[in-house]
Ligand binder design. Structure first.
Ligand code: SF4
Length: 270
């Protein structure tokens, strides 16, 4: 094991947060946690995770839950396409793989809702495969460690190569989780990183140069699109008319008040 990997894993063993999917990393629990953690902070996921696992303890339960039951468990987490894809993937597993997750990167990657990062994370954490899992956090950490120029998209490939070179074959999943943990609680995304608490402080190029915040280069965000819509409230005094959105696209399959583009209409019909 190279010294950088040992320093990071020693730090992880001592300092990593205790999280329910880490203490009992079955493939199903790791999968559900990784999907919930997409776009969502650990603190927000914790209460949902236990409730979801209590209601749907295995892949068969997930494959057979109704859409409304699934949405009720997901309510508040947002990005409902994640829940729909979880159920579709569970249904595939029960139809084709004896209600088990595939145990290879390629098999996981082929399931709905599982991209390159998530497939690498599940394969390494749940199945001990030597796969890498590179997201924005890992790009930030490695770009600072090695002083790599470029924006996060351009850095994906070189960062993946670097992680592959550092990852110890004996603990691939722990190494991926240690990198994620370092990015989440030490080499922070917003504000100054906590370099004094970092196991890589003495080896870090950005820290040595005093330029931690220069890596990775910022990418310009496209302007936010604002859409104005006329929302129609129809009620007989006890019930309210709702409409179900199409099963594809923005907020797919969710219920809403009937609405249409505003296009210069008055905003008050009284
Ligand atoms: Fe990030 Fe600081 Fe550690 Fe470098 S020393 S990896 S900038 S926390």
């Amino acid at each position: 094991m190279i010294p950088e990997a040992k320093h990071l894993l020693d730090w992880y063993d001592e300092r990593a947060r205790v999280l329910p999917w880490r203490s009992d990393p079955t493939p199903y629990r790791v999968w559900v946690s990784e999907i919930m953690l997409q776009q969502t902070r650990v603190e927000a996921v914790l209460s949902y995770f236990e409730r979801f696992l209590a209601a749907l303890p295995d892949i068969h339960a997930l494959a057979t839950v109704t859409e409304d039951g699934l949405y009720a468990l997901w309510q508040g987490l947002g990005y409902y396409s994640r829940a729909r894809n979880l159920r579709r993937a569970a249904q595939w597993c029960c139809e084709h793989n004896n209600c088990q997750l595939p145990d290879t990167f390629a098999g996981l990657r082929a399931l709905p809702g599982i991209g390159e990062y998530t497939a690498g994370a599940i394969a390494s954490i749940a199945f001990g495969k030597p796969t890498v899992a590179v997201d924005g956090n890992v790009v930030r950490v490695i770009s600072r460690l090695d002083g790599l120029p470029g924006d996060p998209m351009a850095l994906q490939a070189p960062v993946r190569e670097q992680v592959r070179a550092m990852q110890p074959p004996s603990r691939p999943g722990d190494f991926n989780q240690a990198l994620m943990e370092l990015g989440a609680i030490v080499c922070l995304p917003n504000g100054a990183p906590l370099c004094d608490a970092c196991p890589w402080q003495e080896r870090c190029a950005a820290h040595a140069a005093g330029r931690e915040l220069a890596y990775p280069a910022k990418k310009e965000k496209p302007p936010r699109r604002v859409e104005e819509r006329l929302v129609i409230l129809v009620t007989d005094g006890s019930k309210i008319l709702l409409h179900k959105r199409p099963d594809k696209g923005l907020l797919a399959s969710l219920w809403e008040f009937p609405n249409e583009p505003l296009h210069g209409r008055p905003t008050d019909s009284a």
